[in-house]
Ligand binder design. Structure first.
Ligand SMILES: [Zn+2]
Length: 86
């Protein structure tokens, strides 16, 4: 995972605040407090046999938003949020 610059995280937070129009309560515990990870994560692509191969192949950069209470996590595509160039 790459460390995200403060400006990247602030941009992601603004995007989420502007676009999150649905329920903000956690689907698991009902809490409404969320925190954003301090890094841009990645979701790796599996190969054609659905096998996970470490440190190879393309990945999707992800902004990670987690419930403060139970840790349930939402993932946002960082390219769509304009935080990372695709
Ligand atoms: Zn929760």
């Amino acid at each position: 995972m790459a460390t995200a610059a403060r400006a990247q995280l602030e941009k992601a937070l603004r995007w989420i605040e502007e676009n999150w129009v649905g329920q903000k309560e956690c689907a698991i515990c009902g809490n409404s407090g969320w925190f954003m990870g301090e890094v841009v994560g990645e979701m790796k692509q599996m190969n054609s046999k659905s096998e996970w191969i470490p440190n190879t192949g393309p990945s999707y950069p992800m902004i990670v938003l987690s419930c403060e209470n139970c840790g349930y996590t939402l993932l946002f595509n960082a390219i769509v949020l304009g935080v990372v160039e695709g």
